[in-house]
Design a binder for this molecule. Sequence first.
Ligand SMILES: [Zn+2]
Length: 393
Amino acid sequence: MKLTAKIKLLPNEEEKQALLDTLKTANAACNKISSYAWENKDFRQFNIHKGTYYSIKNSFSLSSQVIVRCIAKVADSYKLNRRTQRTFKPFKAIAYDSRIIRYKLPENSPGRRAVSIWTVNGRKTIAYVVCLHHQKLLQYQKGETDLAYIKGNFYLLATCEVPEQTPIAASDVLGVDLGLVNIVTDDTGQSFQGKELNDLRKKREKIRGSLQRKGTRGAKKVLKRISGRERTTTRIVNHTIAKKLVEKAKVEQKAICPGGEPLEELKGIRDRTNKRLRKSQKGLHNRCGSPPGSFYQLRQFIAYKAQREGIPLLFAPPAYTSQTCSGCHHVGKRNGEAFKCTNCGYNDHADTNAAKNIRSWGRTIVTRPEESTARRTALSCNYIPIVGHVCQV
Ligand SMILES: [Zn+2]
């Protein structure tokens, strides 16, 4: 599976200038390539290459590999639509071919983490820092690397082809309910860090309210900083939750089944669920880094971690999971955090009850192998491939 390792470069002044010059030159080349494509109304990569390669090679001091990546980038940018001419800002990220970038890992160059990278001012060997997790990914580095300039820092986003484990033959399922109050609850009633994060959000919501009323430039600046921090916190919490869940499933040799629609259908969820929420929940709901935006991220994390560990993944359809009694399947009504069945008298925390329902749904799939392949395909609840994943440095 493809994952992305994020690396922070530590260039000195001279190296920094070289990297900036490289970005500037490459993006200027992209603009020239783009105007060729636009003027000739020819957007196929092959034709753009034929029409521009030599003139770019002669007028810009760029390596052939970088030119090829620039042409690909321009051709790509016109795929969405061809109504306007694409232009590229001077410091936009550019892609590096694996031939012009080389990672020196501590194993083969003891004591020094550095990357040898082509720039317009010659090859540079630049020191970098990387978190332990991404350092492990780097040993599988394969293919393209993006050089990005973000808020005054340089990052490399390296594509890594990480091996997957053979999926285990699970005969049981770990049902997982994703809720607004307890972010994650499994079918054993264990909940994973919901309260702290929600408390923090509520607190920030309050600060945000007073800052918005103020409306000054300084206030806006603080607002931006808060939302950035909130995204980072959510990201870390989601990574932790996903990791714990996948570990639990692995120890118990179970498949994981988070409630909710398969990943690709989640994007529109914000508009649909908003109608059903109380006013007090809406702020929590729509904020960047809050559910369901953060649910999408959490599910992505669960999906790729499960895939890497060979844990089968199913997505349970969300209908009635929180309103059905897990004891007798009578459809009742949840009352806040409590679920009480009016038919059999079963009593449980509403999220745990939902997780139990999700588990029994999942079990019908994993315990009936003769049906499972067809049903998995029909419900698109097989692995969802994750294109790229970046976590905070
Ligand atoms: Zn019941």
